[in-house]
Each structure stands twice: as structure tokens, then as C-alpha cells.
Ligand binder design. Structure first.
Ligand code: XIL
Length: 603
């Protein structure tokens, strides 16, 4: 049996492991399941489930075979359990807990206090603070009390910190009770079951950032005041290729240093493409492995829970999701037919290796497709001697002269004799496309300068949030990979998608930027309307916290230029410079960028 929520190592257990390792290396049908390996590690591997999933035989079978922890995906939340005041319906949560018990699985209770699933009679009613406290206490005492000794861990408060981390989220309980609703919830849960481990759970708080700082402050404060809290859940609803693992590891470590446990509570890894490329799926598999490794590496991280078993039931396929909807997304470990996918084998292998076992990947499974294109560049030539640097190798390499003095003023006079490249094709273009752009780049000692002159008869801007959906309106994207590794297929520090919105035309404040790590690029922008469209000039510091670029003759960084053209509400044009990017994959896969090669003009 597993000791609840503590890692353990026992000599006797280890010897058993080596015996079974030897046997599964020889005979294929003895390959251990994820659950078996996790248990040998004293680790929890969980999955979220609804009761109707249990009615699907393959689903129930896969859940019980591969996982040793179950999270009720939705049916144990307040809005589901107490639809009318004081009238509790435990049928679904009872069924889920019974299933877990029948199969020797633990349960991660989810969730007692969450703004998004409040009974409507509380949301719309008028109550005094004392009445509200009594109602919240009643729910928590009833729920936690009912499963005392059977649900050993609860997400007590879910998503209480506002995005950006500057303040607490406005929630119904906060409005009725005040900021101390959080600590009261933990105290009531502890009163109901003093042995249960009590967690704070949130999203977007996986790496080090302003929101995870706010969670860190919140839980530190609760601990300092003696409030019973034992862990932090990191939801981990990730996007392929965007996970900063080192930063997630750092965050887990700082929470662990407070004496708290951490669990990855709602892991799924999504993407927008209706038909994901093999490269994207390979990146997804790699992301799963790295997330598992980061958790397994820290003894404080006691569980890895995926948000569903089979892709077919992923919440991300739900039509009601306003913020993200891709009916074809496959973000989990098992496909629609319950076949394990490469992400499954990667997680399995990560657990095996962390136990000191040999790899469980067969050669075929281990072969993650990596597209490394060997680019042969032609000898650089200047077809026009007046130009400061050679012609670009179409779609492969751009020669950026340095040092060149540029002022961000919207005037292109200082760009004269810096080679311009015209981009007028790409993976998405309307029949009557009238949109194209020219770009150029140059550097001095401090900045990389980027220039785009866009021909576009209708400029659509200002209706999308730069944090979400900005690429649907007119915008130019420059991409930089300054890591020195141009074959990287995921975003990390040193790689940025700098989306520069046409909305900058009407903007005098900080640059309006979208895209992965765009803020870290610290780009300054001037944008103006022109007779034929708009122009963008940007200055990106050569030295930031994310990179240190030293222009040297023939020195190389990864580089890509892209245009989003919109003529009404949504984007209908995508123009792309780099030849390697045929499907608009640069936003997720930097290995398809081209190159920017510095050209010294000082002599
Ligand atoms: C989601 C479920 O997956 C959906 O099926 C349900 O309709 C809404 O809730 N963060 C959380 C989870 O903490 O409870 C949410 O689950 C997903 C986001």
C-alpha cells in the first residue's frame, strides 16, 4: 500500500523492482503499466473523471489499470452538489469515490470553493457576512465530513488569485465574506477532517511569474498565521511548446521550501491546429515527459494528475469553452480509442528512469521525429553595390548590416540601402489578396532594429486583447531564437514571437505586443499609417534577461517574419518569409525559423 502522499524508498521494494525490470526488458507483455511504475515510486498518477465516463467499459478499465488516483472532474463541486439550499445530492461524488475504492485508488477532492461553480441561489441571493460564512461552513463540513477518511486530499480553494497576480479575484464568497473567506475555508475543511491534506489550486501559476508570486505570498501568509494548508496544486493546462520547465521546477522548489507539497493537478497539453503536424505531436510528447520529469525530480511533488483519460472526453473539446475551442484537439495520454499515445510512453519512461530502471521505450517509440534541415546557403552576393549587406537567400537567410544608426520615428529615410525583402505569399491568402509586406533588419551596439512596410487596404485593429486572439487582426510578427540552438522545437527563454499589432498606430504608451515571450523581448515600437497601409519600426535590446546577442560578422540567430492580414473581423491572410515554415508553425516550433546573419559594415 502507498503511504499517503509521501515518497518512500525501501530496500525490499527496490529489489522487487529490479526483478520485474529484468523480466519486462525481455518479454513485451510484462511491460508495467503507468500505475504499477508510479506505485513502485511511491508516486500518484491521477486522472479526472465524470461518472458517465465510468459507464464506458474501456474508459473504466483504462482508468483503473493506469492510474492510482482519481479527481472528480466536475461533479463534486458546490454548484453540482447543493443545487438547492441544504439539499445535497451526493450520487455522483459517491459513485466516483466508490469506483476509486473498488480499484484501490486514492481520491483528490476537487473543489470546495470556486467562483466558477457556485450554486446560483448563492450567487443571486442577498446574505449578510455571517450568513454567508455559515453557508460556506455548512457546505465544507458536509462535503469533507461525508468523505472523512476516504478523500485524503482536497482542493479547498480554487483560482482565488486574479490573472496577473496583482489582487484577489472578485468572487461571490469574497464579495459576501471578505478576503478572509480563503482562510475560513481552510479552517472549516480542517475542522471537518483534521487528517485531510488541504490544497490551494490555480492555473497559470506553474512557472515563476507575477501570478505564482501572488500565490506564493498568499500561502506564505496563511502558513505564517497558522492556517491549515498543506499544498499547492498547479493545474498545468499547458500549450504545446510553451512550457518553461526550469521555471516550473524553480516554483515547485520554492513552495517545497515552505514545507508544502505540490501536485500537478489538471495536466493537459493543447494546440490550435485541426491537423497537427508530426513535429507538433513530437513536441507535445516531449512536453509531457518534461513535465513528468520536473515533478518526479522534486520529492515535494507527490502527484501528476491528467485532466481526463481519453482525448474523446477532454473538456477542451467542449463547445461551451469561450476561451479555447478546438474540436479536434488531442491533449491527453490516450486517444479516442483508448490506445496509449507517445505522451503516455514518454511519461511511463520518465517514471521508469526516475526509478533507476532501464528505458521502457522500444526503439520505435523512442524515435521522436526531429526535423533538422541542413540548409546550404549560397555565397552572399550584393546585386546592388549601394546596399549595405548582401541579398537575402530567399526564405532562408537575411543579412542584417551593423552598426547602422536607426531612429524610431516612422520615417524610412535611415533604412535606405538596408536590403528589403518582399513577402507576398504564405499558407493563407484570399483569392483577391492585396496584402504584402517588405521587411528589413539592422543593428547597432545596443539594439536589433526591425522594419516592416505593409501594403494593406483595410487596417483592422483594436478589437482583440493582446493576450488572446491578437493575431486575428492586422499585425506583423518577427521571431527571434537567440539560444544558439536553431533546431529547438519548443519555446523557452531566449526564443520570442514578437507580434507587433497595427493597434500600435494609435498608441503612445508601451508597445502593444502579442506572442510567446514577446514582453521579455522588451521591444519598443513606432507604427504609422502610410498611403498604402502601415509601417512598423521596432528596436529590440541586444541584451535582456532573456538573451545576450553580440553582432559579429556572419554571426547567426534564428529569425522569421510573418504577417497577419485581416479585412473584417478575423484574419484571412497569413504571409510567411521562412521557407521551412509551410504551415504557420513558427508560433509553436522555432526550428522552422530562417536565419538572420549579421554583416559588419564598419570597414
Ligand atoms: C472543468 C471541467 O473539466 C469541465 O468538464 C466543466 O464543465 C467545467 O470545469 N480549472 C479547474 C477545473 O479547476 O475544475 C475545470 O474543470 C477546468 C479549469
Amino acid at each position: 500500500m502507498l503511504k499517503p502522499f509521501a515518497r518512500f524508498t525501501m530496500v525490499t521494494l527496490l529489489s522487487m523492482i529490479f526483478i520485474s525490470a529484468a523480466s519486462f526488458a525481455q518479454e513485451e507483455d510484462t511491460t508495467p503499466t503507468l500505475r504499477e511504475l508510479a506505485e513502485q515510486h511511491g508516486f500518484y498518477i491521477g486522472a479526472a473523471a465524470w461518472t458517465n465516463h465510468l459507464a464506458v467499459p474501456e474508459h473504466a478499465e483504462t482508468l483503473a489499470r493506469e492510474f492510482n488516483m482519481l479527481t472528480p472532474e466536475h461533479e463534486a463541486k458546490h454548484c453540482m452538489v447543493e443545487r438547492q439550499p441544504g439539499q445535497y445530492d451526493f450520487r455522483a461524488s459517491d459513485r466516483l469515490v466508490a469506483f476509486a475504492e473498488e480499484h484501490g485508488m486514492s481520491v483528490h477532492g476537487h473543489t470546495l470553493v470556486w467562483h466558477s461553480c457556485m450554486p446560483s441561489w448563492i450567487e443571486t441571493g442577498e446574505f449578510t457576512r455571517d450568513e454567508a460564512i455559515a453557508m460556506m461552513r455548512d457546505f465544507i463540513m458536509t462535503m469533507v465530513g461525508r468523505y472523512k477518511g476516504r478523500i485524503p486530499i482536497w482542493d479547498v480553494v480554487n483560482e482565488a488569485v486574479a490573472d496577473g497576480g496583482a489582487e484577489l479575484r472578485d468572487t461571490p464568497w469574497r464579495a459576501l465574506i471578505g478576503d478572509d473567506y480563503i482562510e475560513l475555508a481552510f479552517r472549516f475543511a480542517h475542522e471537518a477532517d483534521p487528517d485531510a491534506l488541504l490544497f490551494y489550486n490555480d492555473y497559470g501559476t506553474e512557472p515563476m511569474n507575477a501570478k505564482s508570486d501572488a500565490v506564493y505570498e498568499l500561502v506564505s501568509d496563511l502558513l505564517a498565521r497558522g492556517v491549515p494548508i498543506h499544498g499547492v496544486g498547479l493545474q498545468a493546462h499547458f500549450d504545446v511548446g510553451t512550457i518553461n520547465y526550469n521555471s516550473v521546477a524553480e516554483n515547485i522548489q520554492r513552495l517545497s521550501d515552505l514545507g508544502l507539497q505540490v501536485q500537478i493537478t489538471e495536466l493537459d497539453i493543447k494546440y490550435r491546429d485541426a491537423q497537427p503536424s508530426p513535429v507538433l505531436l513530437a513536441q507535445q510528447a516531449r512536453d509531457y515527459r518534461r513535465v513528468a520529469e520536473v515533478c518526479l525530480e522534486n520529492p515535494a511533488c507527490t502527484a501528476l494528475i491528467v485532466w481526463g483519460v481519453s482525448d474523446q472526453f477532454s473538456w477542451l473539446r467542449g463547445e461551451d469553452l469561450g476561451f479555447f475551442y478546438n474540436p479536434a484537439v488531442a491533449p491527453l495520454l490516450f486517444d479516442d480509442d483508448y490506445a496509449p499515445k507517445q505522451p503516455y510512453f514518454e511519461v511511463l519512461d520518465a517514471v521508469a528512469l526516475s526509478l533507476g530502471l532501464p528505458s521502457v521505450l522500444s526503439e520505435q517509440e523512442a524515435e521522436i521525429e526531429e526535423e533538422t534541415t541542413v540548409v546550404e546557403l549560397p555565397e552572399p552576393v550584393k546585386s546592388d553595390p549601394a546596399q549595405l549587406s548582401p541579398d537575402s537567400a530567399a526564405g532562408l537567410a537575411y543579412y542584417a548590416p551593423f552598426p547602422v544608426a536607426i531612429t524610431l520615428d516612422g520615417d524610412d529615410a535611415d533604412w535606405v540601402n538596408i536590403p528589403r525583402v518582399t513577402v507576398d505569399s504564405g499558407p493563407q491568402m484570399p483569392e483577391d489578396n492585396d496584402t504584402s509586406f517588405e521587411f528589413a533588419a539592422a543593428a547597432d551596439e545596443t539594439y536589433l532594429y526591425l522594419f516592416a512596410d505593409v501594403t494593406d487596404s483595410v487596417i483592422v485593429s483594436g478589437s482583440y486583447d493582446p493576450a488572446d486572439g491578437w493575431y486575428r487582426e492586422d499585425s506583423v510578427e518577427f521571431y527571434i531564437n537567440a539560444t544558439g540552438d536553431l533546431a529547438r522545437i519548443g519555446y523557452d527563454t531566449g526564443i520570442a514571437q514578437i507580434g507587433i499589432l497595427a493597434a500600435n498606430i494609435a498608441n503612445t504608451g508601451d508597445a502593444i505586443l502579442g506572442g510567446s515571450n514577446s514582453a521579455a523581448s522588451q521591444a519598443q515600437v513606432v507604427a504609422i499609417e502610410t498611403e498604402t497601409g502601415y509601417r512598423i519600426e521596432a528596436a529590440v535590446p541586444l541584451v535582456t534577461e532573456a538573451w545576450s546577442i553580440t553582432p559579429e560578422h556572419l554571426g547567426v540567430i534564428g529569425f522569421q517574419a510573418h504577417l497577419n492580414g485581416s479585412s473584417a473581423e478575423d484574419r484571412d491572410t497569413k504571409l510567411i518569409w521562412s521557407l521551412a515554415d509551410t504551415e504557420d508553425q513558427s508560433w509553436t516550433n522555432p526550428s522552422v525559423f530562417g536565419r538572420l546573419i549579421f554583416w559588419d559594415v564598419s570597414e
